[in-house]
Design a protein around this ligand. Sequence first.
Ligand code: ADP
Ligand code: ZN
Length: 613
Amino acid sequence: MRMRGTHRGPENLQPNRLNPQTVLAEVFGHAVFRGQQGDVVRHVTDGGDAVVLFPTGAGKSLCYQVPALCRPGVAIIISPLIALMRDQVEALKQAGVPAAMLNSSLNADEARIVRDDLREDRLKLLYVAPERLVTAGFQHMLQDAHISLFAIDEAHCVSQWGHDFRPEYRELSGIAANFPGVPRMALTATADPATRADIIERLGLQNATVFASSFDRPNISYTMVQRQKGKEQLLDFLSTRRGESGIVYCLSRKKVEEAATWLNGQGVRALPYHAGMDPGARSRNQDAFIKEDGVVMTATVAFGMGIDKPDVRFVAHLDMPGSIEAYYQETGRAGRDGEPAAAWMCYAMSDMVLRRRMIDEGAAPEEVKRIERSKLNALLNICEATTCRRQAILSWFGEAHPGNCGNCDNCLTPADTWDATDAVIKAMSAIYRTGERFGMMHVVDVLTGKATEKVGRLGHDRLAVFGKGADVDAKTWQSVLRQISASGLVVVGSEHGGLSLSEEARPILRGEQRVMLRRDTTKRAVRGERNGAATAEMGEGAASLFEGLRKARAALAKEQGVPPYVVFHDTTLRAMAERRPATLEAMAGVPGVGKAKLDRYGARFLKVISEAG
Ligand code: ADP
Ligand code: ZN
């Protein structure tokens, strides 16, 4: 197949118009488009504008890469991060596609070569940073170039509502006027309606066709457990995922460092990442995470944006994030390749208290703080839910899901509930009688009749409610208090997490309403994560061949200094391990094996397969 850029002039346009299906199969090695991918590709190939709202891992890149190869000229891809561009360009080159990038990481000579290639029509895709695109010099060059389409990736960066606002993205609104008739597309994985509307408005895409798909990530399993001994619980979780790449999010830099040190002491290869580190060390760690198999990255939220490593097998949270949006975005980094992946979180009431304080002490206007508080509470509500997590999360984003997903802890291990009305009334009266200003620990001490120094000093041992709950252990009381906070019966104050009663508590205190709560068992805390490992469903022979193929891939990647997934994805290796192709023709039928990669690597992997017997 010819894939050079064309020279201008209508007589040359026709030969370069390739069929999307052929490009998908021959260049990318995939048999069929996924979901609405094919619709987007045909629409843009035919010259239409598009807004593509697909979740992470849906395959947004192909939505512009295929039209870029089907249409004459060069596609300009605007991308916010150098790391992102580098990986994509590398992957395209491996597939035999003439692609390049222009950003501040290139030296003058390298940049000149790219500009020459652009001028000489030698490129099919050019990735540029937004600040580069809007410079007068570059605009001038583009006016002379033959542009097939503009794709604005991570388009939520244009919106202040999004988490990654980039002022440079605002300038992109000028593209429509400067390049009339050239198709434009905006792509993002943001699920938030306000951000979506803002993107369309800011980028002048009111007339574009909007392609939106469900934001469900069925391959990600969700588990949320109460934190007792967080690190031990994490280790239990990690013990089911040896050799897999994953991210462990912590709230503070200090916790990131501690978690990394501790995990290494436990035999888990973990590397820290946070904004307080020396930039060199930070990018070395990021590189190791991307290029080596099986590294665990312990990180603050500074890590993640622009990491499109497809085989992140789990995302764990040692602390509760600040909102469902943040949680969904962070966990969404797992399982981009569509293979099973796990989102695991452990949380405690103290997270709630800390987050509340961060909001209250923050600089935001009161109106914003109010929204942040309700977002935080909504997340706690999902943590404490006894029903399907997936349903609850999607419903927050306005998407209906029937529930019973079969891939979250509540669906896999249905919660055991009990009529807790009497206990809840006792807990509420302890809160009320102590003056509605003490945190969970003290309230539990009063309920269980623990004569602490504080109890004695305040005279709380003389209250009628003191020791009224001694028949129940402290852990159960904590669980009761957490659950009634989550459901809004009790409000957590910002001052040391003091608990107070809400209006909704009244009918319960008056005995007009009963309360069902979840029984927390420690078994729940360690269970839930069985179905994650990429090799879990493979037979033993296939699993060991898969490991062999991964070794071969690691060696090839290292020779070229590229991430392993640029050579082949896990999905592809898994299919090879299962099908055991014996010839190059059979190898060509494995998903993810395009022509260029077949020529380049086919023989090498065939050898691994034949040697495995
Ligand atoms: P997004 O940008 O939407 O997060 P990517 O473009 O990174 O997703 O694609 C996610 C993964 O899905 C990649 O591993 C990609 O190779 C794979 N993929 C995309 N489209 C297809 C397809 N039609 N068939 C098979 N795999 C696909
Ligand atoms: Zn579920």
